[in-house]
Design a protein around this ligand. Structure first.
Ligand code: NAD
Length: 439
């Protein structure tokens, strides 16, 4: 099977590389010539564990290639995937579909044989209808079936997620298109991954409903964490206590600084916009989006409180800047709001991240970036663990305490047991838990 992947970002590159690993012939297309050049040199444009080896193996096997030239890749393909970005539209929060529609038009002009055109980008309900209309109007002779196949991979575990998905959702009413999609996913289908066939509109909505539900779960436990702090309960134990209930499940119940990343913030907003457009309000999701936004800045205030209520003239070291570990993605990372809140209050901010510094620099002006967590902590008035990278899970707390001006550790991920932090000579502040009484 020959596949063209339009858009070679986090989703397009990982999906394309995995499809080629299944034995398909994949051409990844991107408009960004620098990205394609880098890939030709074997340099990955993103940090994703295992991706370089996967790409290298399939390029060497002759199954995976990269180009800026969409035409030949599409002309040759049995399946054309659209994996371009759908960021929030400036001003109203609606998904910006200009890249999807632009790609659809280019694809229509290049189609030379019957093919499925598959939207993998996260797109609002009804986008497939519009893609179909664009293709029909641009190339009335072309034979194309427009299918929805939303992607559920998580950055940082993207290859594993793609190769061992909980489910694959395919939205189409056409049996021929369904057959091609079964062929595309054959190795996973043989591996018993559930292939869920639905209408196209339903598939489009499943993706948003899944992300909104996960965002709700995170926000729920974050609010419970706030309550825990006030009433003297421990959110870690609450999470465990409710997560062991099979009807609830333990995942996405870790209290922290609020969700961020390239998907949840923009997808919840886009879903709300769709709901508003169709006069079917989603009040729970509305509350989730509001509570989460407020929470990210509130984390800045939490740090200031930990420093005795005054930030002016103080230095704060943030450890971990990306929205989660094992990715260099800084889109909508909570660190951005925390830095802003601290700088607004007059603090000087230093930052350390194992992989995200390059992406963080333009988004975090006036932050001093360090190459090492202990350098960041030197003479700082507080150290804040924002993102729980493995290298930040086993810091030498005594060394940290010795190098700081004031020994304050704010652990926004509840990585360190408070007793360990305190016995290293640091004041401890966590999320949803109160400090144990000394002695
Ligand atoms: P990205 O910004 O990393 O990549 C998109 C790429 O598309 C860019 O490299 C851009 O240059 C390219 N592009 C845009 N228009 C093009 C065109 N006409 N021809 C060729 N290339 C073009 O985006 P991403 O994070 O990979 O997300 C892609 C989509 O997948 C979004 O809708 C997103 O919501 C969804 N999604 C993302 C994730 C994730 O974890 N990142 C997970 C699931 C779904």
């Amino acid at each position: 099977m020959r596949i063209a992947m339009i858009g070679t970002g986090y989703v397009g590159l990982v999906s394309g590389a995995c499809f080629s690993d299944f034995g398909h012939h994949v051409t990844c297309v991107d408009k960004d010539a620098a990205k394609i050049d880098a890939l030709h040199r074997g340099v990955m444009p993103i940090f994703e564990p295992g991706l370089d080896r996967l790409v290298e193996r399939n390029v060497r096997g002759g199954r995976l290639s990269f180009t800026t030239d969409l035409g030949p890749a599409v002309a040759d393909a049995d399946a054309v995937f659209i994996a371009v970005g759908t960021p929030s539209r400036r001003g109203d929060g609606h998904a910006d579909l200009s890249y999807v529609f632009g790609a659809a038009e280019e694809i229509a002009r290049a189609l030379a044989k019957p093919a499925v055109v598959v939207t993998k980008s996260t797109v609002p309900v009804g986008t497939g209808d519009e893609v179909e209309r664009i293709i029909r109007e641009t190339a009335p002779e072309a034979q194309a079936w427009v299918v929805s196949n939303p992607e559920f991979l998580r950055e940082g575990a993207a290859i594993e997620d793609f190769k061992r998905p909980d489910r694959i959702v395919v939205g189409t009413d056409d049996e021929r298109a369904a057959d091609i999609m079964r062929e595309v996913y054959r190795p996973l289908y043989l591996n018993k991954a559930p292939l869920v066939f639905t209408s196209r509109r339903t598939a489009e909505l499943i993706k948003y409903a899944a992300n909104a539900f996960l965002a709700t779960k995170i926000t729920f436990i974050n609010e419970i964490a706030d309550l825990c702090e006030v009433v003297g309960a421990d959110v870690q134990d609450v999470s465990r206590g409710i997560g062991l209930d099979n009807r609830i499940g333990p995942k996405f119940l870790h209290a922290g600084p609020g969700y961020g990343g390239s998907c949840f913030p923009k997808d919840t907003l886009a879903l709300l916009k769709t709901a508003e457009d169709h006069q079917a309000p989603l009040r729970i999701v509305e509350a989730v989006a509001k509570v989460n936004e407020a929470r990210k800045r509130a984390m800045g205030r939490k740090v200031i409180q930990a420093m005795g209520g005054e930030a002016r003239g103080k230095t704060v070291a943030l450890l971990g800047l990306t929205f989660k570990p094992n990715t260099d993605d800084m889109r909508d990372a909570p660190s951005i709001s925390i830095v802003q809140a601290l700088q607004d209050a007059g603090a000087r901010v230093r930052g350390y991240d194992p992989e995200g510094t390059e992406q963080a620099r333009p988004l975090l002006p006036d932050v001093d970036f360090c190459d090492d967590p202990y350098d960041a902590a030197e003479n700082a008035d507080a150290v804040v663990l924002v993102t729980e990278w493995d290298v930040l899970r086993a810091l030498d707390l005594k060394r940290l305490a010795a190098t700081m001006a004031e020994p304050v550790l704010v652990d926004l991920r509840n990585v360190y047991p408070p007793e360990d932090v305190m016995s290293a000579g640091l004041q401890w502040y966590g999320v949803g838990r109160t400090a144990p009484n000394p002695g």
